[in-house]
Write a protein that binds this ligand. Structure first.
Ligand code: GCB
Length: 610
């Protein structure tokens, strides 16, 4: 969806549109030719495939995207020189991060080229798009030897129209994925997770009619109406008939688009509508149709709001029993790749194992398959963009990147009932430039979506035993959130945690968006005097921090850090960490630690007293 809309929007709002990258949000709802599978790869440490040694266009010898058999060309012409051969390069199965292509790639950071060939049969009157679920961090895309476009941002989808470049028969697609980030990027180079560069989410070739539905959003408004917004792209986008139907509800909305190809309509929600909730995640088949184009989706309807200190789901106060999750990390040698079954398994562990009703999908937009699984299983979701720690808040280009990333994320996921919160940042240091930066993101989120709440994981100031949320952006947020690690990063004895008093400068619901302590699965210690990194210490940290949380009158949810151990270059203790952040309630291979049951029991009790 939103190809044209995004273009107009970016132009008018000065949001960066990088070399024609587009979202094609509706790709997830369209039949597509799957371009995953075997691709060849070649490293390019000095980026000579992008620029030569004097900064000019790359020499033919280095152009990985050349559209012919280079070794054959060298056989034919003794003067020819090519210093690569993508046809004969090693292959890998994509999507996956290039860190797992080969043992020597484990710590690679930089540019890697991937290439595959595929057969296509363009059909007259149809438009063709190459669509990428995500490429981390900077993508350079070439089709049949021609530059198609570039995109930055490792976790959001983008698409390029290739109608004119696509050949009938054999095609050659080449993608350069550069994982190196600068201080101007989002996230900045320093984070607390592994930088899994590469083509990490599905690649597909999507055909659309000449005029197609580029945006199809349906939702329940807070005043109880079903609202639909559709935007068409193409030569016949203006004054086109549009029809949106939810057959199981007997609901049909019809109309004609305006001159810009957009159309919005509302209708009272039918009495028979069953609202989506974690207890009853009702989804409805929805059909969007215009001209030759038809899109099908499965969508839940619910409202989310705040009143005073309460978060209201479908008008009723709710407590968020959550857990944080990093995306797409599995097993002892993780890469960034996830199947729908694995996404379901991960979320089922949260829902059934921990009795959770909420997940914080940290620290960047997770893949579509996670959100679809959350919709189906019934888990509320906090979604965020990686405005993390020390972003270059003074740099207008950085703000453009963050706004574009947020727009791509919201437009992709607006039909997912599970998402209730868009978060704009994590532990960013207060200051004028940062405040203005986050306020732009808050305004953009509200403008793109008036049915959800906006939050940010804030830093709270501590004086003695009093911890106060006094962040100047608190009045701009719908829900406040704070990460708390007293007793882990501070020297507080764990038994003193319940005496910490929380205050907030504005009366709003608060979520503890993180709390946690590290433990190496299987390391046990004296329960009376446990040391850090033992399961006993972590379990006691949870007991005491949950006691602290229970006393915060305006707390309306928790998402402890984190379900599973995950790779982080920051964590190098040779005995306990070995490159892993050990704050998981489970090891990376799914071994539950003692703290798992502490949280599960706490949540079970809350669930029963709902
Ligand atoms: C935080 C960060 C998270 C880290 C975590 C930790 O506050 O938001 O990304 O991984 O702390 O383990 O220190």
């Amino acid at each position: 969806m939103l190809l044209k809309r995004a273009a107009v929007f970016f132009a008018t709002c000065l949001i960066a549109s990088i070399a024609g990258a587009q979202t094609l949000v509706s790709a997830d709802m369209r039949p597509a030719i799957d371009l995953d599978g075997a691709w060849t790869w070649s490293t390019d440490q000095y980026r000579t495939g992008l620029k030569n040694f004097h900064g000019a266009d790359p020499s033919p010898a280095a152009r990985r995207y050349s559209d012919f058999d280079v070794t054959e060309a060298m056989r034919r012409d003794p003067r020819a020189l090519y210093e690569f051969d993508m046809d004969r390069a090693p292959t890998v199965h994509l999507p996956q991060s290039f860190l797992t292509y080969a043992p020597e790639m484990r710590h690679y950071n930089g540019l890697v080229w991937n290439q595959r060939r595929f057969t296509a049969h363009p059909r007259p009157g149809k438009r063709a798009f190459l669509r990428f679920g995500a490429v981390d961090y900077h993508a350079y895309v070439y089709l049949n030897g021609k530059f198609v476009g570039e995109h930055q941002g490792g976790f959001t989808p983008f698409a390029f129209e290739v109608t004119k470049l696509l050949r009938d028969g054999d095609n050659r697609l080449t993608v350069g994925a550069d994982s190196e980030r600068t201080a101007a990027d989002v996230p900045p180079p320093s984070t607390d997770w592994e930088n899994y560069g590469g083509i990490t989410r599905p690649v597909s070739l999507v055909f659309t009619p000449a005029t197609f539905i580029d945006d199809a959003w349906i939702r329940l408004t807070r005043d109880g109406r079903v609202a639909v917004t559709v935007r068409l792209d193409g030569p016949a986008a203006a004054a086109a008939p549009v029809r949106v139907s939810v057959p199981a509800l007997g609901l049909t909305l019809t109309g004609r688009t305006l001159s810009d190809g957009s159309w919005t309509a509302t209708a009272p929600a039918p009495r028979s509508l069953r609202r989506w909730s974690p207890e009853s995640p009702a989804l409805y088949d929805v059909r969007f149709a215009s001209g030759d184009d038809v899109l099908d989706d499965r969508v839940g309807f619910r409202t989310i709001d705040v009143r005073g200190h309460d978060i209201l789901l479908n008008g009723k106060p709710i407590f968020l029993r959550g857990i944080c999750i990093h995306a797409e990390e599995f097993g002892a040698d993780p890469t960034r790749a996830i199947t729908p079954a694995a996404a379901r398994a991960l979320l089922t562990e949260a829902k059934q194992g921990l009795h959770a009703n909420f997940v914080r999908l940290a620290h960047y937009p997770h893949p579509e398959t996670m959100l679809r699984a959350a919709d189906e299983l019934g888990l509320l979701v906090w979604s965020e963009i990686p405005v993390y720690w020390l972003v270059d808040f003074t740099n207008p280009q950085t703000l453009k990147t963050a706004l574009k990333m947020q727009t791509e994320s919201i437009e992709r996921d607006r039909n997912r009932a599970s998402i209730i919160i868009w978060s704009v940042g994590n532990e960013t240091p207060v200051g004028d430039a940062r405040n203005a930066f986050l306020r732009s993101l808050i305004a953009n989120a509200h403008r793109l979506d008036d049915t959800r709440l906006v939050s940010a994981a804030l830093l709270a100031s501590r004086k003695g035993n009093v911890q106060t949320i006094d962040d100047p952006i608190a009045p701009d947020l719908d829900v406040l959130a704070a990460n708390t690690y007293n007793g882990w990063y501070s020297a507080d004895p764990l038994s003193t945690l319940p005496s910490i008093e929380w205050r907030e400068a504005v009366d709003k619901p608060l979520i503890f968006s993180e709390l946690g302590a590290g433990a190496l699965a299987g390391y046990h210690d004296d329960p009376a005097h446990p040391h850090k990194f033992s399961e006993e210490f972590q379990a006691e940290f949870y007991r005491q921090t949950l006691a602290e949380a229970s006393k915060v009158g305006f707390l309306r949810g928790l998402s402890p850090w984190i379900l599973k151990d995950f790779r982080s270059p920051n964590r190098q203790h040779p005995i306990y960490q070995q490159g892993w952040n050990r704050k998981g309630l489970e090891s990376e291979t799914g071994q539950r630690k003692a703290a798992f049951d502490v949280l599960a029991n706490y949540y079970r009790a809350l669930e029963q007293h709902r």
